[in-house]
Design a binder for this molecule. Structure first.
Ligand SMILES: Cc1cc2nc3c(=O)[nH]c(=O)nc-3n(C[C@H](O)[C@H](O)[C@H](O)COP(=O)(O)OP(=O)(O)OC[C@H]3O[C@@H](n4cnc5c(N)ncnc54)[C@H](O)[C@@H]3O)c2cc1C
Length: 356
């Protein structure tokens, strides 16, 4: 069996499949973790990409609760194999204004009702103190060194016999010498499977990192403005900040992996505010993730391909825990275990309605 994409999804699936005894091969146009899995903000948050109260309205209360619990379990499992690539300092979801306070208050109430038990804070300690209009504090959320984690997953897969082929661009999935192909390219590889082109939209995220600061201002991942802006301070003191995609939202629906002056300048100003002084910016980068219309991933066989082509991707910017979980989920399904209710929720067929 062949997997296209050596990110968190492809490597987690490969590890599971190889450990179950399948002959598996990963092809990546670059090297392991050089896609979004090595370029992201490092938030390891359980849950889906949508706000929980909205998920309940959209997918149904029971299905949303089961979905969120499933990702909680996935984060616990991820911790068991991540070693020092994962810390669990918690996270703050912040309200940038009164309107957002009302929104996240609704999410908080919905989470409490369903037994998830985050805490509400009118203000947060640290560098964000006095600047926001309330926060949801999740005390078991994580911060991940994503590339380190994915390389470990790749090493696990290789140790179990997986063949890893880097710098190996796949142009035609049907031409691969494999009985089944798993497409694990998330926002990259748009058009490789033409039927998926309208279901998973490539979307660009931009990030900057400061030089190390000599004090801790942010002891956990922070995110505000519905998650459009996100930052955390790494153990070496650097602040990593991403966001402002909404300031030119249509231009950012692209797979061109480059930074733009407008978004970089917004990030810079905000970084100086967060640090409370002008700080040196040492790194800038862009990455591409896969966005879906309903904010749910696609996991399962691609309709019309006779079970020969499968997909796992479309995490809508939320793929660290979900990519790990969906990599394992699709591997289990490929091994014949289709009992998980998530497979129904994530079924790619929902984008292939009759006549659609
Ligand atoms: C800037 C940014 C910040 C983010 N922040 C967070 C965050 O803080 N928390 C979070 O949970 N998620 C975040 N995400 C989303 C997360 O990074 C992704 O959802 C996740 O990494 C997807 O993993 P993947 O393995 O499915 O795909 P990727 O890691 O993107 O890997 C896909 C791979 O497929 C390969 N590929 C594509 N086409 C081909 C082809 N034709 N032939 C061979 N290889 C091919 C690519 O080279 C690439 O390596 C962020 C994303 C971005 C871009």
């Amino acid at each position: 069996m062949a997997i296209v994409g050596g990110g968190i999804t492809g490597c987690s699936a490969a590890a599971r499949l190889a450990e179950a005894g399948l002959r598996v091969r990963i092809h990546d146009a670059r090297a392991i973790a050089e896609g979004a899995s090595g370029r992201n903000g490092g938030f390891a948050l359980p849950g889906g990409a949508a706000r929980y109260d909205i998920a309940r309205e959209t997918y149904g209360a029971e299905r949303s609760a089961a979905y969120w619990r499933w990702t909680d379990d996935a984060l616990d499992r991820l911790e068991q194999v991540a070693g020092d690539a994962l810390r669990r300092p918690g996270s703050y979801r912040l309200a940038a204004d009164e309107e957002e306070r009302n929104d996240i208050r609704r999410e908080y109430d919905a989470l409490r009702e369903d037994g998830f038990g985050p805490a509400w804070l009118d203000d947060v300690p640290g560098g964000a103190a006095g600047r926001f209009h309330g926060a949801i504090a999740h005390d078991r959320h994580g911060s991940i060194h994503p590339a380190r984690f994915v390389r470990r997953q790749a090493a696990r897969a290789a140790a179990a016999g997986a063949d890893i082929r880097e710098h190996d661009l796949v142009e035609d999935v049907e031409a691969l010498d494999a009985d089944r192909v798993l497409v694990a390219t998330d926002g990259y590889g748009h058009g490789l499977v033409p039927e998926l082109a309208d279901a998973i939209w490539p979307t660009r995220g931009q990030v900057i990192a400061s030089a190390p600061l000599d004090r801790v201002l942010y002891d956990r991942p922070h995110y505000a403005r519905q998650g459009f802006d996100y930052w955390q301070q790494l153990p070496d003191g650097r602040i990593v900040l991403g966001g402002f995609r909404d300031t030119s939202i249509l231009d950012e629906l692209t797979d061109v992996e480059e930074t733009t002056p407008a978004i970089q300048s917004s990030l810079e100003s905000f970084l100086h505010e967060l640090a409370g002084e002008e700080v040196e910016i040492t790194h800038r980068w862009a990455g591409i993730f896969g966005l879906t219309q309903d904010m749910l991933p696609l996991v399962g066989p691609v309709p019309g391909r006779d079970g020969g082509v499968w997909v796992a991707g479309g995490y809508s910017g939320h793929g660290n825990v979900l990519g790990f979980a969906c990599g394992e989920l699709v591997a289990d399904a490929l091994l014949g275990d289709t009992s998980s209710p998530q497979l129904e929720l994530f079924d790619p067929a929902r984008f292939f309605a009759a006549g659609g």
